[in-house]
Design a protein around this ligand. Structure first.
Ligand SMILES: Nc1ncnc2c1ncn2[C@@H]1O[C@H](COP(=O)(O)OP(=O)(O)OP(=O)(O)O)[C@@H](O)[C@H]1O
Length: 326
């Protein structure tokens, strides 16, 4: 399958229709992720990261729906797959982990059983085999005493252990793509680092691609080779992770980079306040004309208030959507 991306999103639009009116919650979304690659989607809360991920796995529900564009998995259009085909894609090929594992785990079923179920349902294993594989899966995510822990219910595990169990379930069937939506936001910093390291190592060993979603540019750039920055339902910049710090091109990305504490700096030690991006993200129903970042942008001119910028290729590699890009 050389040359064919694992997943390719082309000009995706996601509509939000509340019955009285229909607005585009996200539009013009295009990116590709190759086999085994790590790709990040970053942006402030509400910019459309999670709904983009849900669209990829065919899990958008009313009032949201795909309003245009194409999503291809190994060259096949996901929207054209039957319901059964989409289910098989979600079970076997694409897995997802969320911020709060409690919402994804079944509270009345032991975690071992939930892992074993994946092997029974998607790999045709017997329960006996599947139970053994569940112990191995928990061991692979470094859960201590896995042969005992398989019998624990989700509420008996700490937040970090629950997220490990979620990763075990997600990776059970050897997916080609793991979508991780704010996987560590609810955890404290030390546990966060351990979980990220674990996820990254397991995926690298198995050749699993990662689509990581977070509001935290530092975290995403640390895990991913390439990063797309979203603002108000559009991708405004896509770059290699190192380039995004060295020479951010879009004023919004520049703002995000300026608001990151540098390791060991006075800001990281909490002694000075970091530069925040002034203003707030507009609501879906009141996206401004032209560039949606223009009301918050110090570089905005008349054209930014009226004309939507096209996506330009950067000489140094990458894409940017700004009339005045650096
Ligand atoms: N089920 C829904 N009904 C109505 N609006 C929704 C629904 N789900 C998402 N939205 C809206 O769509 C927009 C994009 O939401 P999305 O969850 O993708 O944002 P996000 O960037 O992932 O932010 P967060 O990190 O806060 O989840 C938001 O304005 C949100 O309010």
């Amino acid at each position: 399958m050389t040359g064919v991306p694992l997943i390719e999103v082309e000009d995706l639009r996601i509509d939000l229709d509340d019955g009285s009116r229909c607005v585009a919650a996200a539009e013009g979304i295009s990116f590709r992720i190759d086999r085994g690659e790590t790709f990040g989607l970053v942006g402030e809360s509400g910019c459309g990261k999670s709904i983009t991920a849900l669209a990829l796995i065919g899990l958008l529900r009313q009032p949201l729906s795909i309003g245009g564009g194409v999503i291809r998995f190994e060259g096949r259009e996901i929207q054209r797959l039957s319901a059964a085909g989409q289910r098989e894609l979600r079970g076997n090929r694409i897995a997802m982990i969320f911020q709060e594992p409690m919402t994804a785990l079944n509270p009345v079923s032991p975690v071992g059983r939930q892992i074993a179920e994946m092997f029974v349902l998607h790999k045709g294993k017997s329960w006996r085999e599947a139970n053994q594989l569940a112990v191995e899966a928990l061991a692979s995510v470094r859960v201590p005493a896995p042969e005992r822990r398989v019998n624990d219910y989700p509420h008996q595990l700490s937040g970090g252990m629950r997220q490990r169990a979620m990763i075990a379930i997600a990776l059970a069937c050897g997916p080609d793509l793991l979508i991780a939506d704010e996987p560590t936001t609810a955890l404290d910093v030390t546990v966060q680092a351990e979980i990220i390291e674990l996820m990254r190592n397991l995926c690298a060993e198995r050749g699993t691609a990662i689509l990581m979603i977070s509001h935290d540019l530092g975290l995403v750039a640390n895990v991913c080779r390439r990063v797309a920055v979203m603002y108000a339902g559009r991708i405004v910049e896509e770059r290699g992770s190192a380039d995004i710090f060295r020479a951010p091109s879009h004023p919004y990305t520049q703002g995000l980079v300026a608001s990151l504490p540098r390791l060991g700096s006075r800001a990281a030690l909490g002694r000075i306040r970091l530069k925040e991006i002034a203003g707030v993200v507009p609501a879906i129903t009141s996206f401004p004309d032209g560039c949606r970042f223009n009301p918050r942008c110090a570089q905005a001119t008349d054209i930014c208030r009226t004309v939507t910028p096209e996506t330009d290729l950067l000489e140094a590699g990458g894409l940017v959507r700004c009339h005045h890009h650096a």
